[in-house]
Design a protein around this ligand. Structure first.
Ligand SMILES: Nc1nc2c(c(=O)[nH]1)N[C@@H](CN(C=O)c1ccc(C(=O)N[C@@H](CCC(=O)O)C(=O)O)cc1)CN2
Length: 307
């Protein structure tokens, strides 16, 4: 199947995220002026994973640029679970910290579920705590995982009202697939969550007006899996060898999504590229969640940031 003429609109998550961070910075400054509360985010990283180091540095820099308090706790990969839990307890008790994020993945000797469960749900700006997952499932206000939240903002900006659309999510993780399903249901979509055991995945994907790829397999979703004109949200961030064989031999890499972008862009109506699509929205939404957590702590209604 030849896919030569790219016709899909590329959804510019980088630009949307930059505008969102500006609006959050303005709202945070107003919160500080009117209520004396400066939103504060603590990010905790354990170990030396190179990609995690970059994400954590970006989070710290973006938070500080937005005028918020930004604390980064860098712990050695020999840190015990007890020490990490003690740090979380102290951050839970710190009134100047409104958001706590523990960067994932954690080293294998630490039980990530126990660590996430120890975060005060009202400071859980990742939205991973079971209390926030429950709030989302029953439609109560709470903190929503950043990547799905950013994806919904891009969908609303692209399509407007999502009511009645068929949405297929490939991937059933607790941090993307499941919360994405809840958010799309709340937008009145008809939602299917597909996974590795789903039968005839290409046909299922072709039924989607909105296709969300969150499976973690480089370029798994091909152009002929996509319904013409569909909107495709690619959540995958996969590092693969450089396309240039000389650079690949030197160990150079590039980032691709879960969707084969060039093929998909010839069929879809709109698509998020990787990089530059959903990824930047993850950090912008972390700031949005930190601002909302600060407002909640101050008993103030937060300003909406939606598209
Ligand atoms: N506690 C958490 N851990 C992790 C999360 C998370 O949401 N909470 N998500 C990912 C990593 N992540 C944020 O932590 C993240 C990944 C990628 C990007 C991003 O902007 N990607 C760029 C490309 C970056 C590059 O070139 O390497 C893009 O897509 O344009 C932001 C955040 C796992 N851990």
């Amino acid at each position: 199947m030849a896919h030569t003429d790219a016709r899909a609109t590329l959804i510019d998550g980088k630009a949307f995220a930059a505008g969102l961070v500006e609006r959050i910075a303005e709202a945070s400054a107003r919160l500080e002026q009117t209520h004396g509360v400066r939103p504060g985010l603590a990010v905790v990283i354990v170990g030396e994973d190179p990609a995690s180091q970059i994400y954590v540095r970006n989070k710290g820099e973006t938070t500080a640029r937005a005028g918020m308090r930004s604390d980064t706790h860098r712990l050695a990969d020999t840190t015990t679970q007890a020490d990490l839990l003690a740090l979380i307890a102290s951050l839970n008790a710190d009134p100047g910290i409104h958001g706590i994020l523990v960067q994932l993945p954690l080293p294998a000797h630490i039980d990530a579920a126990a660590v996430l469960a120890a975060i005060d749900p009202d400071k859980d700006v990742d939205g991973f705590h079971v209390v926030n997952a429950g709030r989302l499932a029953v439609g109560l206000p709470g903190l929503v995982p950043c990547t799905p939240l950013g994806s919904i903002m891009l969908l609303r900006q692209t399509l407007g009202d999502l009511s009645g659309l068929n949405a297929v999510i490939v991937g059933r993780s607790n941090i993307v697939g499941k919360p994405m399903a809840q958010l799309l249901l709340a937008e009145n979509c008809t939602v299917t969550v597909a996974h590795s055991r789903s039968r005839d995945l290409p046909a299922l994907c072709r039924s989607a007006d909105i296709l969300v790829a969150a499976v973690g397999r480089p370029e798994m979703i091909r152009g002929d899996w996509i319904k013409p004109g569909a909107t495709v949200i690619d959540v995958g961030i996969n590092r693969v060898p450089s396309a240039d064989p000389v650079k690949a031999a030197e160990g150079r890499t590039r980032i691709v999504g879960d969707v084969a972008l060039a093929e998909a862009a010839a069929v879809a109506g709109a698509i998020t590229p990787v990089p530059g699509g959903v990824g930047p929205m993850t950090i912008a939404c972390l700031l949005a969640n930190t601002y909302s957590a600060a407002c909640r702590a101050a008993g103030v209604e937060s300003e909406p940031f939606d598209a």
